[in-house]
Design a protein around this ligand. Structure first.
Ligand code: HEM
Length: 499
């Protein structure tokens, strides 16, 4: 009995002992957790200043309406005045941090692929398609970009330059000669679209190109609209237009494959981008999937269409407002031609050295894009919690790099609202000028856009003078999605007589 009593007391003593240890362990763990979370909270940095506005929508409606009426600079300035150059807001459900510059933009671009990656709101990504270069991230983006980059490097430009020049000469003969008034934006579309369609699909001016253009404009309108998929809404029309364009591309691909199979492909078509996409395998030796080809054809066409035509129309607008700029451009181009003749070169054959010599003209275009950037910025998504300038930015938030603060900042551009191409004689500080983006997603078509725009201006100033029909209109510019006045840059033109 004693033994059993002793045994029981031993068991009880052992149980109490275990219970005590368990209670102590739980208490210690709880204490540790409480202390660590106290310090975590105490040490957690504050969120960037700003507010998220209404649930889900946040500032979406005011943001889109500011964007469409070219009021983004004022909208951002209002937030900057309230919160400073780094602030948070909410856009279609996403928490966003508008980055300050140039440090914020640098922080975003230098950490791409590490703490952040490319992000498109889902309605925009749907319009582009899942295989589009522009929505890829990390290694996949590098791979696709390397593949497509061979169509846009300097070597490719040397192959394209004289085709672009022929296209420019044809354009002025067909669309400017004999005209007294022109809607610059629309007529320049007839230069940039065949240029890019030729490069990508070997497609010349004609009803098919007109149909492409019509659908593309409907498609592009969806980017800055509310993502409502109901008939009548702009986004719905854009989705429908995407479907039509893909069908048209599919037909072109089928016809092209047939010609390749039957060995009756004209030589001129062998060098276009479609031909390479259909015949050149990827790094693993596989031919590309149709969905990949279509999404990327669509991307190259759309990024090449309105971007260069709007930039050229804006440039024409600025030159018309500053006659001394016209004179300086003309002088630069006459000098280039004189040099070519002096060196015994054919003045109608262009080289990339001629393009590099158009320094002042390129300054005029850059100055135009500084004052009227086509894209005011885009989004990256954080993939880890971040600390930036004393603030905590949680994982999953969006960072918006943007141009709105630095492009108009007297710290980086003296007298920033003045149109002054001569400021481009020196380079602005890094990450202050981002008209062509930055980081790994910067504009892949930069060299092509530069070359084709400079060749256009060359033929324009050599052959025409022009003035604005509404010279006193200074804004606001409508953005759909790129900036333009309501008259779409209506100009009076005069053919110059060669002396
Ligand atoms: C004046 C003309 C142009 C301007 C101002 C411009 C501007 C830009 C900007 C700001 C970006 C960066 C977007 C981002 O970070 O989210 C970009 C990307 C891109 N641009 Fe351009 N662009 C122009 C012409 C072109 C042309 C002619 C092409 C092609 C033929 C082109 C193809 C692209 C592509 C494919 C991307 C996406 C690159 C990637 O995600 O890796 N662009 N462009």
């Amino acid at each position: 009995m004693a033994t059993s009593w002793n045994g029981l007391s031993f068991v009880l003593a052992e149980e109490s002992y275990m219970t005590l240890i368990a209670v102590l362990a739980v208490t210690v763990l709880w204490l540790l957790w409480s202390v660590s979370s106290y310090f975590r909270c105490r040490n957690r940095l504050p969120l960037p200043p700003g507010n998220f506005g209404f649930p889900f929508l946040g500032q979406t409606v005011e943001f889109i309406s500011a964007l469409r009426t070219d009021g983004m600079r004022q909208w951002v300035q209002k937030q900057v005045d309230k919160h400073g150059p780094l602030f948070r807001y909410r856009f279609i459900g996403y928490p966003v941090v508008m980055m300050d510059h140039p440090e914020g933009n640098k922080f975003v671009f230098q950490n791409e692929g590490r703490s952040n990656h490319m992000f498109m709101p889902s309605h925009m990504a749907t319009l582009l398609g899942p295989q589009s270069l522009a929505v890829q991230t990390g290694e996949r983006h590098k791979l696709v970009r390397r593949y497509l980059n061979k169509f846009f490097d300097r070597g490719a430009m040397i192959r394209y330059i004289n085709g672009v020049n022929r296209n420019a000469i044809r354009h002025f003969t067909n669309h400017w000669q004999g005209k007294e008034q022109l809607v610059a934006l629309d007529v320049i579309d007839l230069y940039t679209s065949p240029s890019i369609c030729n490069l990508v699909l070997s497609l010349e001016e004609g009803p098919l190109l007109d149909k492409f253009l019509e659908e593309f404009h409907a498609w592009a309108g969806g980017f800055f609209s509310l993502p409502i998929t109901l008939p009548g809404f702009q986004y719905y029309k854009a989705l429908k237009a995407r479907g039509v364009i893909l069908k048209m591309l599919e037909e072109l691909m089928q016809q092209r494959r047939q010609k390749i199979a039957e060995n009756r492909l004209p030589e001129a078509l062998e060098t276009d981008i479609l031909n390479s996409l259909l015949t050149v395998p990827d790094d693993d030796g596989n031919l590309l999937q149709d969905s990949f080809i279509k999404d990327n054809l669509l991307l190259l066409l759309i990024t090449g269409f309105d971007t260069s035509s709007t930039t050229l129309a804006l440039t024409i607008f600025n030159i018309a407002k500053h006659p001394h700029v016209y004179e300086q451009i003309l002088q630069e181009h006459r000098l280039i031609l004189e040099e070519k003749l002096r060196a015994g070169k054919d003045p109608n054959m262009w080289t990339m050295e001629d393009i590099s010599a158009m320094k002042y003209t390129w300054g005029v275009i850059q100055e135009t894009l500084r004052l009227h950037p086509l894209l005011i910025g885009s989004y990256r998504k954080t993939v880890t919690d971040l600390e930036y300038k004393g603030y905590h930015i949680p994982k999953g938030w969006l960072l918006k790099w943007n141009v709105l603060y630095s492009h108009y900042n007297p710290k980086y551009f003296k007298d920033p609202l003045k149109f002054d191409p001569s400021r481009w004689e020196t380079r602005p500080p890094p990450f202050t000028y981002l008209a062509f983006g930055g980081g790994s997603h910067s504009c892949i078509g930069y060299e092509f856009a530069k070359m084709s725009m400079l060749i256009f201006i060359h033929h324009l100033v050599q052959n025409y003078s022009w003035s604005l029909v509404n010279p006193h209109y200074d804004g606001p510019f409508i953005r759909d999605p790129f900036p333009r006045p309501p008259d779409r840059f209506l100009i009076s033109v005069k053919k110059l007589t060669t002396s």
